[in-house]
Design a protein around this ligand. Structure first.
Ligand SMILES: [Zn+2]
Length: 382
């Protein structure tokens, strides 16, 4: 059995539903320590975090610090009887490895550890450093995980140069897509106030739904930005609108609109808030407006790390990878604050968080080889 498959199976069989790490990080630390990694737990409350770092043995080393970031936690399995095999028993079937975390993202972690083993064995005198940043709080609130380790690193003056996040970014085949950024998310709730009354006496009431309608049309028509080289334009969508008492003869007193921006780096949350407020102002409505910032966007422009990954993917898979900023938020947004180049690369994501999550068995070796080849390009010297 390949070393990557064996380690992926060991991780899947640990029932690490957020925030429980279930011994995954101890297993990985035991594997990394003999390679010369200093392993430091950075636990916060119920969350397990691990920083494992191996530095060059060269006296005057100026090489970069390459970090692999990931999470050992998984989402709950959902109804067990819907699975075709136990989600916490790694099962090979029809050329696939089944189990919760098989794609998101225990196979990536296994692949990176084996890649590091192979790389260090072949290049014991490599330049720079290799580190793993692992958390058991990515799928949950993400408040005591990666963000806290990044603070811990900053306090110690540790500055990663390149970070590969092992999230499942591929679509049909390993390497067909990598992510060099993620959009931000900003939600708003607008309540427009009117005067409730009898529907037969509208002159004695003020209908907030009628007042909202032209404002809503303006918001829908607004072009928030043009995007940029890496991002599509910012999108604004209504997720809910509710008003009315349920009675057919009553003009309601209020109407509430819930909406969400998925915003590119071409706009900031403050700009978007100001512009929404300005559009509302034109309509002179009695209203309240509340905002929730879900996450800031990040972007890594084409550079050393994207070129290294593109080259490694081409050599190992024959694919010319696509750089993308689509999808939801990830822990990459926290790491981008302390690391100038952050790129996500992992296996196909079609089954993540689903019943019967899996990874193709023939995806494991290419995944590991791309990680190893990237380390060679960035750290082997020459
Ligand atoms: Zn994930």
């Amino acid at each position: 059995m390949s070393a990557t498959l064996e380690l992926a199976k060991s991780l899947i069989e640990r029932r690490s539903v957020t925030p429980d790490d279930a011994g995954c990080q101890a297993l990985l630390a035991a594997r990394l320590a003999p390679l010369g990694f200093a392993c430091q737990p950075v636990d916060v409350g119920a969350v397990s975090n691990l920083w494992a770092e191996r530095r060059s043995a060269q006296a005057l080393d100026t090489g970069p610090l390459v970090v692999f970031a990931g999470h050992t936690d998984v989402v709950p399995s959902g109804p067990l009887d819907a699975w075709h095999s136990d989600p916490f028993k790694a099962t090979e079937r029809d050329g696939k490895l089944y189990g919760r975390g098989a794609a998101d993202m225990k196979s990536s972690i296994a692949a990176f550890v084996v890649a590091a083993e192979e790389f260090v064995a072949a290049n014991p005198q490599h330049r720079g450093g290799i580190a793993l940043l692992l958390t058991s709080d990515e799928e949950g609130p993400a408040t005591d995980g990666t963000v806290r380790v990044c603070e811990w690193l900053s306090e110690r003056g540790i500055r990663p140069d390149y970070c590969i996040v092992g999230e499942p970014t591929s679509v049909a085949r390993v390497g067909d897509m990598i992510k060099n950024g993620r959009r931000g998310t900003l939600s708003g709730r607008l309540t427009v106030k009117g005067v409730q009354g009898h529907i037969a006496y509208p002159q004695l009431a003020s209908n907030p739904i009628h007042r909202l309608a032209p404002l809503l049309a303006d918001l829908v028509a607004e072009r928030w930005d043009e995007g940029n080289e890496y991002y599509l334009p910012t999108s604004w969508q209504v997720s809910n609108i509710h008003g009315g008492t349920g009675a057919l003869n009553v003009i309601p007193g209020t109407v509430t609109l819930d909406f969400n921006f998925r915003f590119a780096t071409a706009s900031t949350p403050d700009e978007l808030k100001r512009r929404v407020a300005g559009i509302i102002e034109r309509h002179a409505l009695d209203h309240t407006l509340d905002w929730t910032l879900g996450g800031l966007p990040f972007l890594t422009a084409r550079g050393t790390l994207s070129r290294a990954l593109e080259q490694a993917i081409l050599e190992e898979t024959g694919l010319a990878t696509e750089l993308s900023t689509t999808g939801g938020t990830s822990d990459g947004r926290f790491i981008a604050k302390i690391c100038p180049e952050v790129i996500e690369f992992g296996p196909p994501n079609a089954s993540i968080h689903k019943i019967d999550e899996h990874i193709a068995l023939d995806a494991l070796e290419p995944l590991k080889n791309v990680y190893r080849r990237t380390l060679e390009i960035l750290l082997a010297g020459a």
